[in-house]
Write a protein that binds this ligand. Structure first.
Ligand code: NAD
Length: 294
């Protein structure tokens, strides 16, 4: 990983202004991380309430640092001022790199990517934070597919060191270099991977969730499975992790994995993720998933 980052780091232009589309769990985290490491960022969503949630999340994280005396009030105000919430593409002509972090749906993403591409300057990089959808597929209707790649952060963004940088069929080396350099400027460890549904991490993680669902279908208790996996040494068990990820996001990602790997990932019977999704128990984002949050 280090060798690859160094190689790409040498030819990259630094990102002076970034943007993120979507102010949800991931968008808010990306905005916080970029701003707190010094790169100003525009955060665009389609409604004011979502923007408020994204800003609140960033302010909450900074408040925690202030309390622990890691930053002072001046630094906190400086970081907040580096995040510009917006409902329009008005300032996107000045942006060097955009991270798309809207809902995990191929049609929504394609529409949003085409829309934002039209507002960007020629050399700007467009990156998707998709968890599972093929980068080559997302690039199909773009005018500049060579300037498009995956930039896959993990949740929570401020705590998880890894970022997968995904090379689609037409992605240029310059695009990879700029994205790797931005990930490093954010204090992350980028790893460049090839394109396929789920990339590297989710190709490992989703079969694990599948195994967990299978255990529940055989009668296991999710509380016990979580406890056992914690004793095994993992920071949290699969049920709690699914609540953190968001059941809605996991449901959509699961469908992409099933389509991509039908022999291994498809299932016809309703599993625990499907059931919770139908019940609109989306995890921590709406205070109820496998667990209840009060
Ligand atoms: P989320 O539901 O918390 O947030 C999505 C946001 O996108 C919402 O605020 C919504 O209003 C906004 N949005 C929808 N359409 C939009 C548009 N046209 N323009 C601007 N904003 C729009 O979702 P999330 O969990 O943050 O996931 C976002 C992306 O990140 C997905 O592709 C997901 O797969 C990926 N991801 C999620 C996780 C995770 O653990 N949740 C981890 C890695 C990657």
């Amino acid at each position: 990983v280090k060798r690859v980052s160094k190689k790409y780091g040498k030819i990259a232009e630094p990102v002076k202004l970034a943007a993120v589309l979507g102010a949800g769990i991931m968008g808010g985290g990306v905005a916080y991380q970029s701003a707190s490491r010094g790169t100003p960022i525009l955060m665009k969503d389609i409604n004011e309430a979502a923007l408020d949630l994204g800003m609140n999340e960033a302010t909450k994280l900074l408040g925690g640092q202030l309390k622990r005396k890691r930053i002072d009030a001046i630094k906190m105000a400086q970081v907040v001022s580096k995040i510009t919430p917006t409902l329009s593409y008005g300032d996107f002509g000045r942006v060097d790199l955009v991270v798309e972090a809207v809902v995990e749906n191929v049609n929504v993403k394609k529409a949003v990517l085409a829309e934002v591409e039209a507002s960007l300057q020629e050399g700007a990089v467009l990156a998707s934070n998709t968890s599972t959808i093929s980068i080559t597929e997302l690039a199909k209707d773009l005018k500049r597919p060579e300037q498009f790649c995956g930039m896959h952060f993990f949740n929570p963004v401020h705590r998880m060191p890894l970022v997968e940088v995904i090379r689609g069929e037409k992605t240029s080396e310059e695009t990879i270099a700029t994205t790797v350099s931005y990930a490093k400027a954010m204090g992350k460890t980028p790893v460049v991977v090839n394109d396929c549904p789920g990339f590297l991490v989710n190709r490992v993680l989703f079969p694990y969730f599948g195994g967990f669902s299978g255990l529940l279908q055989s009668g296991a208790d999710y509380l016990q499975v979580d406890k056992v996996m914690e004793r095994f040494g993992w920071p949290m068990g699969p049920a709690y992790l699914l609540d953190v990820v968001g059941i809605d996001t996991a449901f959509k990602a699961d469908a992409v994995m099933a389509e991509g790997f039908p022999d291994r990932m498809a299932h016809t019977d309703e599993n625990a993720i499907d059931r919770l999704y139908k019940l609109e128990r989306f995890g921590q984002k709406n205070d109820k998933g496998f667990y209840r949050y009060e």
